[in-house]
Write a protein that binds this ligand. Structure first.
Ligand SMILES: [Zn+2]
Length: 501
């Protein structure tokens, strides 16, 4: 027993130190993204290198291995929080140590080279440049899968890194339903050829006023700005370093009102999640989302299900009209709603509307799966890509920069990440459906009163952080695991009405 208590104390001390190092690394990243001089990039990356070296040493050493084994053998003696932390750490430890150190370092060097080459290749729209690097990245992922071990499909390992418990079998069912219902829906919308005017969204909206609007939107949604920070960065993101220190960014364009506004709503959803983990989890690795998909569900529910809804947008418009009377004075609530939700197939995922977005993800999933199981060859990628864009979105990319080279993920070895974006939207729809059984959501949104909605999410989702795994949490909230039916129902209902189908 003495052994066990010593092991637990040592383990907690190491966790504590890792958290502090993680905090420092996060601050360097935050600083780099929100205004630090470019000239300091070299010294910053050196500092990050040193800190991550210490982080690795704290995590991977003989003492940690011994302590983890002792704790794993005594799981029943731990409280629930410590038990989950130990189990999660053990998993992470195995992941880090099953791959021979030397190969892992070589892989990291390859990744840093391949993301640089990708940037160049994208700029020149030249897939041939990137091809050998991507081939090598995939070879490594296949080799690492053998080292790490997996059940069923090797892709299970990579999706599991971001969405614990999710498998290829489940994803196939999910995307099959999406393909069967959303592709025909989009076709009907295209055939309808309804013209929706969005020009007023591109009038001149001074950035300082957009910033004011973003802040008041965050407050209305329930984000506590006194324990958080909003700044601007090139790509919007959220960084929760602690329950009491949650930061987010947006990006303002003078001639695009919707971009910053809905980025703020999206990141605000992530940020509200981060602010509302239970105090019991504060300072532990469980002060985190249940999974990537769950984190994304909280951003999407605020961005799409709430802020882009027919119930809420008139409320938002009237607030905007007081700030921008000249730009929006002549816009009706219906015109505003339709403009914000216009469907338009486009080449670039991050610019896609709510409906076509899911198809961008679906084709990436199909391609990743094919690359991992060998049914798609890297050299055929541009052709395969363009064919899928044509099949699903009805358009053909003019070049590889607007096609297969547009996303950074694969150059960084991030396979299994894309599906979590679609899972997030689907979880959001499922959660919103069950919320609707207990709360009159439209009534709250019409009044701009997010409080009952945010409080409900605090209680059902946020408080648990990463203590509950996605499948368990989904069952707790909705009585079932992820079910794509709710997402497809939601999209069909929303867009059939907008497009009079
Ligand atoms: Zn997000």
């Amino acid at each position: 027993m003495i052994h066990f208590e010593e092991a637990l104390n040592r383990f907690k001390e190491a966790q504590h130190k890792m958290k502090a190092l993680g905090y420092s690394t996060s601050m360097l990243f935050w600083d780099a993204s929100t205004g630090a001089p470019k000239s300091g990039a070299e010294v910053r990356s050196q500092a990050i290198g040193v800190l991550s070296g210490y982080q690795y040493q704290l995590m991977v050493n003989d003492q940690m291995e011994q302590d983890l084994n002792t704790l794993m053998a005594n799981l029943e003696a731990l409280n629930e929080i410590d038990r989950v932390i130990v189990k999660d750490t053990k998993k992470e430890y195995d992941k880090m140590t099953k791959i021979p150190m030397e190969e892992y370092q070589k892989y990291n060097m390859l990744i840093s080279k391949s993301s640089m080459v990708w940037e160049d290749a994208k700029e020149k729209s030249d897939f041939e440049m990137f091809k050998p690097y991507l081939t090598e990245v995939i070879d490594y992922l296949l080799k690492f899968a053998e080292y790490r071990g997996y059940e069923g499909h090797p892709y299970n390992l990579y999706i599991g890194d971001f969405e614990e418990g999710m498998t290829v079998d489940q994803l196939n069912v999910f995307f099959d339903e999406l393909r069967a219902r959303i592709v025909p829906l989009l076709k009907k919308i295209a055939d309808k050829n309804k013209q929706i005017d969005t020009a007023f969204l591109n009038r001149s909206y001074p950035v300082h006023l957009q910033d004011e609007v973003s802040r008041s939107l965050l407050e209305q949604m329930g984000f506590n700005l006194e324990k958080g920070l909003l700044k601007e960065s090139v790509h919007p993101f959220t960084m929760g370093v602690d329950i009491d220190d949650v930061r987010l960014t947006t990006h303002y364009y003078e001639n695009d009102l919707a971009s910053a506004l809905f980025s703020t709503a999206h990141e605000g959803g992530h940020a509200i999640y981060e602010q509302n983990f239970s105090k019991d989890l504060q300072g532990t690795m469980l002060a985190n989302g249940a999974s990537n998909g769950f984190h994304e569900s909280q951003s999407r529910i605020y961005e799409n299900n709430f802020c882009k809804s027919e119930a809420y947008l008139p409320n938002l418009l009237s607030r905007l009209q007081t700030v921008f009377p000249e730009q929006l004075g002549d816009v009706s609530a219906q015109a505003f709603y339709e403009a914000i939700n216009r469907v338009e197939p486009s080449f670039i995922r991050i610019e896609a509307d709510e409906l076509t977005y899911s198809l961008h993800i679906m084709m990436r999933y199909e391609i990743e799966l094919g690359l991992i199981d060998g049914s798609i060859k890297v050299e055929d990628l541009p052709t395969v890509w363009n064919q899928k864009v044509k099949d699903y979105l009805g358009i053909t990319p003019p070049d590889d920069a607007k096609g297969v080279l547009q996303d950074v993920h694969w150059s960084e070895g991030l396979f299994g990440y894309f599906p979590t974006y679609a899972l997030g939207s689907a979880y959001a729809a499922q959660i919103a459906h069950y919320m609707g059984k207990e709360i009159d959501v439209d009534h709250c949104l019409k009044a701009g009163d997010f409080k009952p909605l945010t409080t409900w999410l605090n209680e059902k989702v946020h408080q648990y952080g990463a203590l509950k795994k996605p499948n368990v949490l989904s069952e707790m909230i909705t009585g079932e695991r992820l079910n794509s039916k709710y997402y497809c129902d939601y999209l069909e209902a929303k867009y059939s009405k907008i497009y009079n189908l």
